[in-house]
Design a protein around this ligand. Sequence first.
Ligand SMILES: [Zn+2]
Ligand SMILES: [Zn+2]
Length: 210
Amino acid sequence: MALAAKNIPLRCRCGRVSGVAKKIAPHTGFRFTCYCRDCQAFARFLDWPDMLDVAGGTDIFQMPAGRVKLATGKDVVRCLQFSDKVLRWYTECCRTPIGNSAGPRFPVVAITHSFMCHDAEPRDTVLGAPLCRIHELSAVGPLPPNAPPPPTVGLFALRVSKLLFWWLRGLGRPNPLFDEHTNAPLSVPRVITPAERDALAGGIPVRLES
Ligand SMILES: [Zn+2]
Ligand SMILES: [Zn+2]
């Protein structure tokens, strides 16, 4: 039987940015571990090494954007863009990684574990175990023994059907990271140049000017 869905508080390290992720349960999202270089560069940019597992993986929960609400601190939400179309969000106050998103119409927001507060219960209980790993060729070391399995065709199909369901049900709106009327991002994306990305990927902690 599916676990009852709950509302999970969202909060940056210092507490200025807060909100809630609604109706959270293993079946209401899609949890996975991403080993891509951009996720690693993002963690290094924020000086947040414990966001990554020993092989450089990020624990991510994708969910319908409309179920994520930001209550305070929207003015200090910031955004980075690497080479791809993904926007990576964090808080300026204490540099907590929030997660990532695509454009305002894509119905998904992916929240990193660092922004979710479910202290009373293990993450595996609240969100379910990660369903798969992706981009493992970019891992920076041997995968941890508890790394989730590689994706299967069935999982891809599950993810596509979830996304379609969210989109058809209108669960992607309003997207908390974009203005509801103008579709403008909460903050102008700062584009990371290839040279900056390489420096970050090389493990050098870089503080870029905002
Ligand atoms: Zn903060
Ligand atoms: Zn990634």
